[in-house]
Design a protein around this ligand. Structure first.
Ligand SMILES: O=S(=O)(O)c1ccc(O)c(O)c1
Ligand SMILES: [Fe+2]
Length: 355
């Protein structure tokens, strides 16, 4: 039985934010066309086998590393910590939990120094770092802004079979639950958890995991999201659109979900709301509230629930899936998904418009 992260004698690292995703892609040039030419991310550095990308407001070296490799997937989720000593704390904390840990004094990727990568208890590979090269913050470079300026990496969303267990683990790391989706029997279907003072740095979606559901970049206004939809239309790349545009219930953000050439899901997300007070009230949505996922109750395409990216272990091997045994949100009687399941016949019937 692994020790509980709540009773360890070693303190957790002080996590500041979700800072970057190390993403393995099958074809680097094809991925570059999506993230740079289409989304407008800024290239901080480019080598034969890796591209380091950042958003306009970012001052650390990168928010995404694209690396070509045989197994597309999320190789690591990079969390910025508050001090160099927090890298030591992260190593000790996860080692005390019995997790596999790997330290790289000169960093695992360019632009980042001393870091530790761990296979966490939920099966995700996380990196904790403090040292990073500073680069120009392009916030005021309106001459470089594209039609949809991506301001920052806002969050990552992770698929895990036991959401409540995941929340307990992240709470031990100091994350605050800001919103969740539950039912009358106490099942938790999804949760949003933050370290920075917005709705989330990390979200947990109930499903077969560990998998990456999506990474999200925030833009400034809903018209910036709509401009990207118009651009996709003009480029005949509308097949990249998976869900939206629309207004979330949870978070209140205006959103659009895209799928990149490897199928990795990318959300474009407007700014949500402030959650920084210690008594910030958690918002719990009932799973049958058809506005929770889309405030206008537009249906959620079923593959948004079922499809997600592999996560890779410290050796770059895709993690095997742990199957969710609790009820699945897309199977619960919900109007907003455009489907309900007639539990008598277990037949899916459409009660909303099919996307
Ligand atoms: O679809 S939800 O309204 O639950 C939602 C809210 C915030 C997110 O970042 C998200 O991916 C999904
Ligand atoms: Fe999201």
């Amino acid at each position: 039985m692994s020790p509980s992260p709540h009773t360890l004698s070693v303190p957790p690292p002080d996590i500041v934010r979700s800072a970057y995703v190390d993403l393995v892609v099958a074809d680097l040039a094809r991925a570059r066309a999506f993230y740079v030419d289409l989304l407008g991310l800024i290239v901080t550095k480019e080598t034969e086998d890796a591209i380091y990308l950042r958003t306009f407001e970012e001052f650390i070296h990168h928010n995404v590393v694209l690396r070509q490799g045989p197994q597309p997937g999320a190789a690591a989720f990079g969390y910025r910590v508050r001090t160099p000593e927090d890298v030591d704390r992260a190593e000790a904390f996860f080692a005390a939990l019995g997790c596999r840990v790997k330290r790289a004094r000169d960093g695992f990727v360019d632009g980042i120094g001393d870091a530790v990568r761990v296979e966490d208890p939920l099966g995700f590979t996380d990196e904790f770092f403090y040292q990073t090269d500073h680069v120009d913050r392009l916030t005021w470079r309106y001459d470089l802004h594209c039609a949809t300026p991506l301001a920052r990496l806002d969050h990552i969303n992770l698929v895990t079979p036991r959401v409540q267990e995941g929340c307990d683990f992240l709470a031990a790391l100091g994350f605050r639950i800001t919103e969740d989706i539950r039912d009358g029997d106490g099942v938790t279907y999804a949760a949003w958890l933050g370290r920075k003072q917005t709705v989330h740095d990390t979200a947990l979606t109930g499903g077969d995991g560990p998998r990456m559901h999506h990474l999200a970049f925030s833009t400034y206004e809903s018209h910036h999201v709509l401009a990207l939809c118009d651009r996709l239309g003009a480029l005949s790349q509308t097949s990249a659109i998976e869900r939206g545009p629309g207004r979330h219930g949870v978070s209140n953000a205006f959103y659009l979900y895209l799928r990149d050439p490897d199928g990795h899901r990318v959300e474009i997300y407007t700014h949500d709301y402030y959650t920084g007070d210690p008594d910030n009230p958690r918002i719990t949505w009932d799973v049958t509230d058809e506005r929770r996922r889309d405030w206008w109750a537009n249906p959620v395409v079923p593959r948004w629930y079922s499809e997600a990216s592999s996560v890779l272990d410290l050796d770059g091997i895709p993690r095997p899936l742990d199957i969710r045994e609790e009820p699945r949100e897309e199977r619960v009687v919900v109007g907003a998904d455009g489907f309900t399941v007639d539990t008598a016949t277990d037949q899916e019937t459409k009660i909303g418009s099919q996307l």
